[in-house]
Design a protein around this ligand. Structure first.
Ligand SMILES: Cc1cc2nc3c(=O)[nH]c(=O)nc-3n(C[C@H](O)[C@H](O)[C@H](O)COP(=O)(O)O)c2cc1C
Length: 185
């Protein structure tokens, strides 16, 4: 097996290797207004109940909307939306209506007031499950209470942020299902 000759690496840049979950678009609703933000820093935390954690910077308009409403929808876009993903991340809901500006359709959620984004192939309705790390670390822990996923595409071409304006696109799938023990993930 190949061994890698590793070199000292700047801590500031470790994100380029670790931050590879799919970019998500977080939609919210508060006091009659809706908003969307782009999010790369997030992780699954638990199966049952389904817990999902995400970091929101206090300077984002979404921060107060989601902190106050205690709800959001995590939407997963595919590569065809790349320019919209970047534009949403480069603008503030305090200045524009992002659904209108980026020509996105707000779908009705079942369990929360935040809208689904119909142009995304998956949307997960979330309620805030734990806000203890919000003030200090901006880490919101949500429980997914309702999931909507389109049956196709089977292997969605999600985009994964590598920092410095570069994205990876999800590639071919590999299966090792036969080698997995039942209790493994
Ligand atoms: C690729 C990408 C990933 C981002 N990831 C995050 C993130 O994980 N957390 C965060 O707070 N902001 C993140 N941002 C920045 C927000 O999306 C950005 O500040 C956005 O304008 C916030 O919108 P709002 O002010 O309407 O809430 C990211 C932006 C981009 C382009």
């Amino acid at each position: 097996m190949k061994r890698h000759a590793k070199r000292d690496y700047p801590l500031m840049d470790i994100r380029r290797h670790l931050e590879t979950g799919p970019i998500v678009l977080v939609s919210s609703a508060w006091r009659g207004k809706t908003n969307i933000m782009t999010m790369g820093w997030h992780m699954m935390l638990q199966f049952t109940p389904a817990l999902f954690g995400g970091y929101i910077w206090t300077g984002n308009h979404s921060y107060e909307m989601i902190r106050q409403s205690r709800q959001c929808v995590i939407n997963v876009p595919t590569v065809d939306l790349i320019d919209t993903i970047v534009a949403i991340g480069n603008s503030s809901g305090s200045e524009i209506d992002k659904f209108k500006e980026f020509d996105l359709s707000a779908g009705q959620a079942e369990r929360v007031k935040a809208p689904l984004i119909d142009e995304c192939y998956a949307s997960f309705e979330c309620e805030l499950a734990d806000d203890t790390l919000v003030p200090d670390k901006g880490l919101f822990i949500w429980q997914v209470v309702k999931a909507h996923v389109a049956p196709s595409p089977k292997n969605p071409k999600t985009v994964h942020y590598r920092g410095d304006g570069e994205f990876m696109v999800a590639g071919p799938s590999l299966s090792r299902r036969g080698s997995f023990k039942p209790e493994m993930l």
